[in-house]
Design a protein around this ligand. Structure first.
Ligand SMILES: [Zn+2]
Length: 501
């Protein structure tokens, strides 16, 4: 792997970041700050897609020059400094690939404001200084949709934002689409509470639209549509169309089944006619694509395939031949040993009925003893796992067999107190799915992409998954044929014949 010459990049953590700088990789404070190109050919293809896919932004960034072998960021100043991530030193998925893996980005205000640093960055870029596009490093005509992030305040009595405030917020940051202020109906305990949130969402939609029109705002207003059953959803959609909206954002469906989602969207489509655009919030799923097409859903968003790269126990890596594989865990030894020792000590303390002080002392002692006994050996085993995985990934002549490699992984995981998904790992290793993918990440980083470890591997795998989802979505849009995902571990053994060792 290419390494930067020592000290080429200063550690931006200790410097003031110039969010407005667009001096490209020359600027050591923001080496990845270029706003991406226009993606001309891709843009036409994206516009022709009947169902648009938006990715919700959750600070999904990786260091493009991350050093996997030494586990260091590219702004590391030496062997004792791991370096750091962050906006200034990392890139978004659309900066790694030639073209984006989504037709737009959805930015939630709640998510955005969770980070003080991000809030500050956005504030600096507001009012004509590049706005949210500059932050996301996309051209200004790239579709960026805003919502308030109602999940973040679902437990509060009222949304924390007023309509006036949100209108200004979308304008100041240069959003292309803005969704009215909603309050999740399913967050209420009883029907009365649900009704209150339902009415509030509709009143907000009315005020939002009226003021948007009166003030001549330039972005596209979208109505948040909520409900508790098909009829209430339909009624809300009809009211919003009567207000004047031609783009509805149907929310609160994330916890519903695929069948329920389909019936709500279908009933809304029947009620509002073909000229109204419909966005289904948070529900992009392979199983629903064909239904969405039939119903004429305009756009969807979901981060599921990105995030399951590391949130799912078994399903972490999707492929274009419609399989899903497990990533291979090589946990950091210190953390794994610590949590194993903690767990054991806590159980012991409970059995003995210890006081909180006694328990605390026992846990501290157990962690220390466990690390003392096992850390050195764990680190050797960990390194051996990495070496053997890389030998296997690079098809070295001394590479281990799949069985031997899984045995080694099992021994290491057992030693640090974790379970090993032996059969799943075997399927992943035999299929070598990273070799069958021509995305820039798999081509460059190879087997690192299927190793479950740290942001730079896990999120890269998420970027790959998003790419696969977008490609398969495009395939369904063209052919009309559905996508059925099967677990690699259950796939036919013939598939593995070529990859067997
Ligand atoms: Zn890939």
């Amino acid at each position: 792997m290419e390494k930067d010459s020592e000290g080429e990049y200063l550690n931006p953590g200790k410097k003031t970041i110039d969010y407005r700088a667009d001096r490209g990789s020359e600027d050591p404070r923001t080496p990845n700050s270029e706003v991406s190109q226009e993606w001309k050919g891709w843009k036409e293809q994206s516009q022709q897609r009947k169902l648009k896919y938006f990715i919700p932004d959750w600070d999904d960034l990786v260091d493009p020059r991350y050093d996997f072998e030494n586990e260091r960021y590219s702004n590391s100043t030496g062997p004792d400094d791991r370096g750091s991530g962050g906006w200034e030193n990392e890139v978004f998925a659309h900066q790694i690939y030639d073209t984006p893996s989504y037709d737009g980005i959805l930015v939630s205000r709640e998510v955005l404001h969770k980070s003080k640093k991000k809030k500050k960055a956005l504030e600096e870029l507001a009012d004509g200084n590049g706005g949210v596009h500059r932050y996301l490093r996309v051209p200004t005509n790239f579709p960026v949709m805003g919502d308030c992030g109602a999940f973040g305040y679902v437990d509060q009595e009222e949304p924390p934002y007023s309509v006036d405030d949100v209108l200004d917020y979308y304008t100041r940051h240069g959003f292309n689409y803005g969704i009215s202020v909603d309050h999740l109906v399913f967050g209420a305990d009883d029907r009365e509470g649900q009704r209150y949130r339902y009415d509030l969402t509709l009143e907000n939609a009315q005020e939002f639209y009226d003021k948007h029109q009166a003030q001549g705002r330039e972005w596209v207003p979208m109505a948040a549509v909520q409900g508790w059953n098909v009829d209430s959803y339909v009624q809300a959609a009809q009211e919003c169309v009567a207000i004047g909206y031609d783009y509805l954002a149907v929310g609160g469906l994330v916890k519903s089944t695929t069948v329920e989602i389909t019936s709500v969207l279908e009933a809304i489509r029947d009620a509002v006619g073909d000229d109204i655009r419909i966005h289904a919030l948070g529900v992009a799923r392979f199983a629903s694509i064909r239904d969405f097409l039939r119903i004429g859903v305009t756009s969807v968003d979901s981060a599921t395939y990105l995030r399951r790269a590391w949130t799912s126990r078994k399903d972490n890596f999707w492929t274009r031949d419609q399989r899903v594989y497990s990533a291979i865990r090589v946990p950091g030894p210190k953390r794994a040993l610590r949590s194993a020792a903690k767990k054991q000590a806590k159980e012991k303390a409970k059995k003995r009925g210890m006081s909180p002080e006694e328990k605390g002392a026992l846990v501290d002692e157990a962690v220390e003893a466990h690390l003392r006994e096992r850390l050195v050996r764990s680190r050797e085993m960990e390194q051996e796992c990495f070496d053997q995985l890389r030998a296997y990934g690079n098809r070295k002549t001394n590479a281990p067999s799949v069985d031997d490699l899984v045995e080694l992984l099992d021994q290491y995981q057992g030693y640090v107190g974790r379970d090993c998904l032996r059969e799943h790992y075997k399927a992943t290793l035999r299929a070598r799915p990273w070799e069958r993918c021509d995305c820039a990440i798999c081509e460059r980083d190879g087997i690192e992409v299927v190793i479950f470890r740290g942001n730079n591997r896990n999120r890269r795998r998420g970027f790959h998954n998003t790419r696969v989802f977008y490609d398969l979505l495009g395939q369904v849009l063209e052919s009309g044929e559905s996508v059925t995902i099967r677990r690699g571990v259950n796939a036919e053994p013939e598939l593995f014949r070529t990859g067997m060792s």
